[in-house]
Design a binder for this molecule. Sequence first.
Ligand SMILES: [Zn+2]
Length: 313
Amino acid sequence: MYRIGIDLGGTFVKAGLVDENGKIIIKSKIPTLVKRDHAEVIDDMSAQAKKLCLDAGVDFAEVVSVGIGCPGAITGSTGEVSYSCNLDWRNVPLGGMLSERLGKPVKVSNDANVAALGEALYGAGKNYSDIIMLTLGTGVGGGIVIGKKLYEGNESKGAELGHMVICSGGERCACGRCGCFEAYCSASALIRDTKRAMEKDGSSLMWEIAGGSIDGVNGETAFIAEKRGDKSAAEVIERYVFYLAEGIMNFCNIFRPQAIVLGGGVSEQGANLTDRVTELCRKGYYGYKGTPEVEILTATLKNDAGLIGAAFL
Ligand SMILES: [Zn+2]
């Protein structure tokens, strides 16, 4: 018995054939080419799914279901993409159209949810039943897994963890509100704050690390400079870690999961990030001495989390 997981992105469609133990047998990647009609994209996804089986020598009849992780707002019950900025799609019945082409049940969910499910089942969260995953990338994506099942809210429109306000009246967020978690803890926010600190401190090591240009800044610039003893960089990272811990403590107080899993580009800092966040959280949890420890972990499946999670939708 096999499942197919698809990660539909604005640039590539990645697909994987996954066995019952969550192992990817074979995977492939094709360009999405979003400018064309959505039916053509879905035709290509269908051909890609069948080709995976052909290449792996697996009879397509052995595939029981297909799952898709997709950026944007999804209607869980119908598999419709209500709106996706990355794909430039509105009201596309993705699940139904792919199911018609493949003759298999197809489930669709938001890409951040799907990654959380993948990590919960076969990644950093595999030994826990309740986890929350936060993806620290261009934005802050989130997924809630309770009892090894995704909690997505009504019609899969919930779990937008990046849009919890942690600093009322603070930085403007892409969603229209001010002070969202995402506006402080995404890689984009970290880059913004790194640039601001550099503009204030012309002698910061961050200039050298960024190649002498503000355009050379990325999510690692301040972390590298901090390790080399740069004071302005240390302030940027301390502020980043502070807000990350604030957000995580909110989720821990509400859900008390067994673990929080951090994914996305910024999470590649590994223990340097998780240890510092853990230390702050321990001091701030509601009733922390009488409650179980929440493990703060780095995601382990990287890009495969989306494929594996989608397969198990
Ligand atoms: Zn927001």
